[in-house]
Structures are given as structure tokens and as C-alpha cells.
Design a protein around this ligand. Structure first.
Ligand SMILES: NC(=O)c1ccc[n+]([C@@H]2O[C@H](COP(=O)([O-])OP(=O)(O)OC[C@H]3O[C@@H](n4cnc5c(N)ncnc54)[C@H](O)[C@@H]3O)[C@@H](O)[C@H]2O)c1
Length: 367
């Protein structure tokens, strides 16, 4: 039996829109039928590459072609607006990260999603990486014992010309902040997905090496998770020449380090084995053995050096979204999930602003 393909339109044909196009083209269960951008040449270029119709606006795309779903790939502060228009037209929606730049916008979206009953996924493609899945499984099955600490470190470099090159990035209105919300949100989302809900955050932010931007290029934060586990975030685009993005999680029976999406270190105590008194060099690195079980996936983190060099990491998430629509289930990363890293980031900004700890739980959506 042939199942009809889910018909997609893409809104926004800049850097990330073409990655959605490639991801959709790589799926048997989906097809790209239209693209839209306010810059007609960008829509035409992407449209001709994928043999689909280009439109100058979301409204024209929606009224001209029969779509099941829309990928929202516009600047971050325009996500809710585009997604709400698509939902109200009866479409399912994939929204690029962040869900939007304010919690109020995220909550407006949640309300419209509830009323329309359509499916919404928020992109956090690295949750689907084999290394992330392996560490998540180890934690949820108790292999690392009681979690004790975790960290997310993004030590990247962006030149001044990067910041000078575009109008919407690094503005509060359309980017919602700097390195935290634009670059480090992936690592922050993974840290909270692996470690659990964050209760409280204390943070500092600074604009330390760039000029003429409104927002931070460096941030550090201390986290207290709901179960008492402790964590840190270091995020910067001012670490020349640009290093890797690392997530480390530690428990009293195991630890893991993911470095640029690859599992660099993994060790879990064996069944019935006490946590041993290893030296400072740690126990045997079981990463290779674990990854043989999970299978290697194409790494997507060229992003550290070049935001245009993303791979097909979006494909797995869009596939999950297509299956969610087909099976009438919630996508793995729904709006509530997409809101979580945003509430942590908003808490970090607030803590840096007021100079006090901020309770994230209070920023969480009630009910
Ligand atoms: N998941 C990831 O790894 C990843 C990577 C890069 C960007 N992103 C996210 O994707 C989003 C877009 O980023 P980008 O780098 O592609 O930006 P971009 O500026 O390159 O592309 C955005 C496009 O949207 C178009 N646009 C703006 N307003 C529009 C409107 N009203 N209707 C139609 N088109 C409109 C612009 O003309 C532009 O071509 C951002 O939210 C960003 O955070 C995610």
C-alpha cells in the first residue's frame, strides 16, 4: 500500500531553509511542494533546485497550494507569527529553534496549537544524534546512578564581520539575545533533556570582544536542577580561534562527554559493581563499544566553525514529525519541550540583569 506523502512548504529560504528542503527531499514519506521568502530571488533559487513553486509570502503560499505542513525558517522573533498563521490555516508546523524569543510568544503559540489541534515540532536536531540518544538511554535506565553534575560548554568564535553582516541577528527584538539563544541553545536543550528540569540559575553575561551589537557574546551560568544536581553553562562566540561544543554529565555510577556531537567518553559501572576508586584518569572509555550499538550518524557540528555547514541532522526530526502526524501522536519535541530551553535562557538573562538567582520553575508554564 502506498501512503501519501506529507506535503511541505518552507517559509524562509535563507541559511536554514535549504537544510529543511534537503531533509524533506531525503524522506520517502514527505515532499516539498512550495517555498516562500520575502526576497523573491531566494525563493526562486530554492524552488528551482527542488522543482517546487516559489511565493513571496506565507499568505500567498497558503492560498495557492495544497499543503499539509509548513516549516518556519524565518528570523527567530517571527516564528510565532508565521506558525500561528499556518496553524490557523489548518497546517501542521515545524518551527526552527528557538520556538520564538519570548515566553509570551511561546504561550500564544501553545494556545493556538491547543485550539487548532494541529501538530507542532520545535527543532532541536541534536536530540536525535546517536551520541545524545546513547547518553539519554544510559541516564534514564539508571546506568549513571544518581546524577551529580553536568555542564554545557560552547567555545566558539564569530568575527566582527559575522556580526556586521546581517540585520536581524544579535538584536533583542528578532534574535532574542546573543550567543545563548542563537548558538548555545542546542547545548542548553541537551543538558536539560539529559539532566532534568532546572530549578534555579545564577548567571553573568558580557559583551567582551565584539562591538556594535546589543546582546552578549559571552555568558556563564550556574544551575541547580530540580533534584539537587548541579550544573554549569559556558557559552561564548569570543573564544578565538573557535573550539568545540561539549556536554558532560556525571553520576555516582557513570559519566559521559559528548564533544561536537560525538561520544568522546562513556563509562558506566557494571551490574552489581561498586563505583570503583579510579584515579584521576577515569575508568575504561566504553564510548566505542556503545557507539557500535547505536550506530554512527553523520555529524552536524560543522556549525561550530560555520553556520552554513549543517548536515542532514534535521532529517530524523522531520521524520519523527511526519510519523507523529501519520500516527496522530505528539511529536518528540513538541511546543512544551521547545519552550524549556527558552525558559532557562530567559532565566539566565534575568539573573544577569538583576544580579540574583532566578527560579526557572516560576517561568515554567502552569497547567
Ligand atoms: N537548527 C539549527 O541548527 C539552526 C541553524 C541556523 C539557523 N537556525 C534558525 O533558523 C532561523 C532562520 O535562520 P537563518 O540563519 O536561516 O536566517 P536567514 O536570515 O538566513 O534566513 C531567514 C529568511 O527568512 C526570510 N524572511 C524574513 N521575513 C519573512 C517573511 N515575513 N516571510 C517570508 N520570508 C521571510 C528572509 O528573507 C530570509 O531569507 C532562525 O530562527 C535561526 O535561529 C537554526
Amino acid at each position: 500500500m502506498t501512503v501519501e506523502k506529507l506535503r511541505f512548504g518552507i517559509l524562509g529560504c535563507g541559511v536554514i531553509g535549504p537544510h529543511h528542503a534537503r531533509a524533506i527531499a531525503g524522506l520517502e514519506s514527505a515532499e516539498l511542494v512550495a517555498v516562500a521568502d520575502v526576497i523573491p530571488e531566494l525563493a526562486k533559487k530554492l524552488g528551482s533546485e527542488y522543482e517546487c513553486f516559489p511565493y513571496p509570502s506565507l499568505e500567498e503560499m497558503l492560498s495557492s497550494v495544497d499543503l499539509d505542513a509548513v516549516c518556519v525558517c524565518t528570523p527567530s522573533g517571527m516564528h510565532a507569527e508565521g506558525a500561528i498563521t499556518a496553524l490557523e490555516a489548518g497546517k501542521h508546523v515545524v518551527i526552527e529553534k528557538p520556538v520564538d524569543v519570548t515566553l509570551e510568544a511561546a504561550d500564544r503559540l501553545l494556545e493556538v496549537q491547543r485550539v487548532t489541534g494541529r501538530k507542532v515540532a520545535v527543532v532541536s536536531q541534536h536530540r536525535f544524534d546517536a551520541a545524545t540518544q546513547a547518553v539519554h538511554d544510559a541516564i534514564t535506565s539508571g546506568k549513571f546512578g544518581r546524577l551529580t553534575s553536568g555542564s554545557a560548554e560552547v567555545r566558539w568564535w564569530r568575527s566582527q564581520s559575522y556580526y556586521d553582516s546581517d540585520g536581524w541577528r544579535e538584536t533583542w527584538e528578532l534574535d532574542g539575545g546573543g550567543v545563548l539563544i542563537n548558538q548555545a541553545i542546542h547545548s542548553i536543550d541537551l543538558l536539560q533533556w539529559l539532566m532534568g528540569p532546572v530549578d534555579e540559575v545564577t548567571a553573568y553575561t558580557g559583551l567582551l570582544s565584539h562591538e556594535r551589537i546589543e546582546v552578549e557574546d559571552t555568558a556563564v551560568a550556574i544551575l541547580k536542577f530540580a533534584d539537587g544536581t548541579l550544573g554549569t553553562i559556558v557559552a561564548t562566540t569570543a573564544a578565538y580561534p573557535g573550539l568545540t561544543a561539549t556536554i558532560a554529565v556525571h553520576g555516582d555510577r557513570g559519566s559521559a562527554i559528548i564533544d561536537d556531537d560525538e561520544l568522546r567518553y562513556f563509562h558506566a559501572a557494571g551490574e552489581g559493581q561498586e563505583g570503583e576508586a579510579y584515579g584521576a584518569s577515569g575508568g575504561e572509555n566504553q564510548a566505542e563499544e556503545i557507539m557500535e550499538r547505536y550506530g554512527e550518524v553523520e555529524s552536524a557540528t560543522g556549525a561550530g566553525a560555520d553556520p552554513g555547514s549543517l548536515s542532514m541532522a534535521h532529517r530524523d526530526q522531520i521524520q519523527d514529525f511526519v510519523e507523529a502526524v501519520r500516527e496522530d501522536r505528539v511529536p518528540s519535541i513538541n511546543l512544551e519541550e521547545g519552550r524549556k530551553p527558552l525558559s532557562i535562557i530567559q532565566g539566565i538573562y534575568e539573573s544577569a540583569r538583576v544580579g540574583e538567582p532566578v527560579r526557572i520553575r516560576e517561568l515554567e508554564r502552569q497547567g
